[in-house]
Design a protein. Sequence first.
Length: 201
Amino acid sequence: MKRIAKPLLIAALALGTSACMTTPRAGPTDVTRYHLGSEQIRPGSFTVEPLSTTGTMSLEYRSYGDAVAAELTRLGYTRVGEGLQSNYVAQVSFRRAPAGVIRQLSPFSIGLGGGSFGRNVGVGGGVNLPIGGGGLREVTASELAVQLRRRSDSTVVWEGRAVAQSVAGTPDAANEVMSAKLASALFRGFPGESGITITVK
């Protein structure tokens, strides 16, 4: 099977994350795509299959596969059932890696000296005093990779990867939310500029 580019490593994102952060928020998604030109990837029928490196067909995998299929359908492609002939095969893989921890302050605080209710207490000259115990929450880097392969000659005509982070206990940490987020970012502006990494907020 012909390949467009060498695989990207999710470890790059994980290593680029500090060991301890303090602001839990929905982060951006980094997207890189390669393709042979829009003429090579005209809409047609497709099936969704795991890459050989992907394990069993788990419910988690199906969430990512369905998210990819939904985006391709939105773009005018037609999904057909497994085992049926199609113009393309969308091969999907996903993986996750630890990317550090985030410090969580107590959600309860009181106001002193002109301060107001919020996560911290403001006192006089801008000193912040957290009230109550906090904790640490894990940060996970998630990656979705897709190859759109022409079935007739096994040529990979489009390939892309999307990477984002999620914090335990936030909406993005849910599998169905993260899979949809990554797929949406990956296929935004399809087919995209080949060989360029962009950040989707």
